[in-house]
Design a protein around this ligand. Structure first.
Ligand SMILES: [Zn+2]
Ligand SMILES: [Zn+2]
Ligand SMILES: [Zn+2]
Length: 316
């Protein structure tokens, strides 16, 4: 029972930090830390409640060892060290307990960045983390712990969570529809802008200076810390974030990276979509001399594959 109490206390503390961070921005860090810790504790509580009573909470122990208990061999927890994030995920996967890990990763990234990278700690910027946490906490308590989330958290904590979630969702929807009113070179670039977070404070409430017109001519603002960005300042990191997973897979498993260097401006060229996210130019993907496909690393402004370009330059 005490793990569940710790989880609820940690979330409640995080929400107190949130309210205090309006006047003391240093509390943003402890808000992120406490809420994230509370979520992991909820997960550990689930593992502990599934552990056989004779196993010293084997499912939440980092180390387990076989032991003879009542003439049976059981895997029993060893030592005090409990499971970390990765082990919780592995055990949930093997026990078929479903959690939205993408959302958890977002929360964890924010927590990590707020401690190490963000220069502006903003009360408002943390609303996205709380809103995402709300969805995880609500669903996990209802579906995996079969309890009423409002009763479990207490009505004070619950009402802060609901309120922050509703305000944030509405503001995010406003930002998204404003960004959607602009013309982007492609829908992928639009999606990348919609999921971009301010590099100063971590808020993803980014809105354009005006509605309609070309995105490349617009300025963008962070609703939380009010930093102003040009199109160019957002596009490269936004595209890199958006394709982070695919680029990682391409690097580790082989295969082509989804992003190439634009032969016209040196910017992020979307190979699949045949367009540069920064200057909007399209390069030839078929060699004008031999007709073969030009691989991402060999795109050029002369429309030749690497081989032909090499051979023809020798003839000069
Ligand atoms: Zn910001
Ligand atoms: Zn370009
Ligand atoms: Zn060729």
């Amino acid at each position: 029972m005490s793990i569940l109490k710790n989880a609820v206390d940690s979330i409640a503390l995080g929400l107190e930090d949130y309210e205090a961070s309006e006047s003391d921005e240093r509390r943003v860090v402890s808000c992120a830390r406490n809420i994230y810790a509370g979520i992991l504790l909820l997960f550990k509580y689930k593992l502990s409640s599934l552990s056989d009573p004779n196993t010293d909470e084997a499912l939440i122990k980092e180390k387990v060892q076989p032991k003879v208990v009542d003439n049976k061999i059981l895997w029993v927890g060893k030592g005090k060290k409990t499971v970390d994030y990765q082990s919780i995920k592995d055990r949930f996967d093997s026990l078929d307990i479903k959690v939205d890990w993408d959302r958890i990763n977002k929360i964890n990234d924010y927590r990590n960045n707020v401690e190490h990278y963000f220069s502006n700690l903003e009360h408002k910027a943390i609303q996205g983390l709380i809103s995402n946490s709300f969805l995880i906490i609500r669903d996990f308590i209802a579906e995996e712990l079969q309890a009423d989330p409002k009763e479990c958290l207490g009505s004070d904590a619950w009402s802060i969570l609901v309120e922050v979630h509703e305000v944030y969702e509405k503001e995010k929807a406003d930002c998204v529809s404003s960004i959607e009113s602009l013309d982007f070179f492609s829908d992928t670039i639009l999606d990348a802008f919609v999921s971009y977070s301010c590099d100063g404070c971590g808020s993803d409430l980014i809105y354009p200076s005006h509605l309609n017109g070309d995105a490349i001519d617009s300025e963008f603002f962070c609703k939380s810390c009010e930093t102003e960005f040009s199109y160019e300042e957002i596009v490269r990191p936004a595209i890199a974030d958006y394709f982070e997973y695919d680029a990682y897979v391409a690097m580790t498993d082989g295969g082509d990276s989804p992003i190439a260097d634009c032969p016209f401006c040196g910017g992020a060229y979307l190979y699949e979509e045949k367009i540069c996210a920064e200057c909007g130019e399209s390069a030839a993907h078929e060699c004008g001399f031999c007709g073969s496909e030009i691989i991402p690393g060999e795109l050029s402004d002369e429309g030749l594959c690497g081989y032909c370009s090499h051979v023809l330059s020798k003839d000069d």
